[in-house]
Design a protein around this ligand. Structure first.
Ligand code: C5P
Length: 231
């Protein structure tokens, strides 16, 4: 059953404050989307990659992702396809699903998690292939998290020990993700849609390096990580 990675990279990245769509902003000189795709291929767990980009970036993305170095060492080359995304992240993922109807499993992975270790990607795929229909990487939460009302007044403090920060790639049995996306509701992650179907979502250990590059501070951190790792 083919494992197809879907890489939503069609966001504007307004919070990053760069003129370029976020996935195309370089980290250590390499655009985030290319780093993310290289990580997926290096995991050895992915048969095919579908990258979802803004309409005006299709040509640039195709050029960026077509080079022959996109192979996992001794692994056969992994085909990378570029498709056009939509206004919301869910629209972009839906476009990716439609481009890969043959998938047995989907790994949905944010381009913005450019430094995700290949070992984490492999961990998600292994758990999926062992029979869990939905798998997400999770990390303990370091801050205390509170809910607030419209006026900003605290309404509750969930037990931190029961909370997890959720990363990507999120892995799904392909039929399950197609069913989840057949419903037309919003969600901030793909597993949220699957949970609404009443299907159990399993967690595997996340990795701090899989953080999402969202703000200028995140970009500074990513640059620092790459420069330390490369020296
Ligand atoms: O906005 P956020 O950081 O949650 O975006 C997560 C990922 O989803 C990013 O890689 C972004 O490019 C992608 N995205 C997308 N299409 C959108 C919005 C976000 O592919 N319309």
């Amino acid at each position: 059953r083919p494992v197809v990675a879907l890489v939503p990279a069609a966001g504007r990245g307004v919070r990053l404050g760069e003129p370029t769509p976020k996935a195309f902003v370089p980290v250590g000189g390499i655009p985030m989307v290319r780093l993310a795709v290289d990580g997926l291929i290096a995991s050895g767990a992915v048969h095919r990659v579908v990258v979802v980009v803004p309409a005006e970036m299709v040509d640039a993305a195709s050029a960026l992702l077509s080079t022959t170095s996109l192979t996992g060492g001794s692994m056969p080359p992994v085909p990378v396809q570029v498709v056009v995304g939509g206004a919301e992240r869910t629209d972009s993922v839906r476009a990716g699903i439609a481009a890969a109807p043959d998938a047995g499993y989907y790994l949905v992975h944010d381009a913005a998690r450019a430094l995700t270790p290949p070992e984490l990607i492999a961990r998600v795929a292994t758990e999926l292939q062992a029979g869990s229909p939905a798998v997400v990487p999770a990390l303990p939460v370091v801050d205390t998290v509170k809910s607030v009302d419209d006026a900003g007044v605290v309404t509750g403090t969930p037990d931190r020990a029961r909370l997890r920060a959720i990363q990507t790639p999120q892995g799904f049995d392909a039929e399950l993700l197609r069913r989840a996306y057949a419903t037309d509701v919003g969600a901030t992650d793909d597993a949220g849609l699957v949970e609404r179907l009443g299907v159990a979502v399993h967690t595997v250990a996340g990795d701090p390096l899989a953080f999402k590059i969202t703000t200028p501070l995140d970009l500074t951190l990513a640059e620092a990580v790459l420069s330390v790792g490369g020296s």
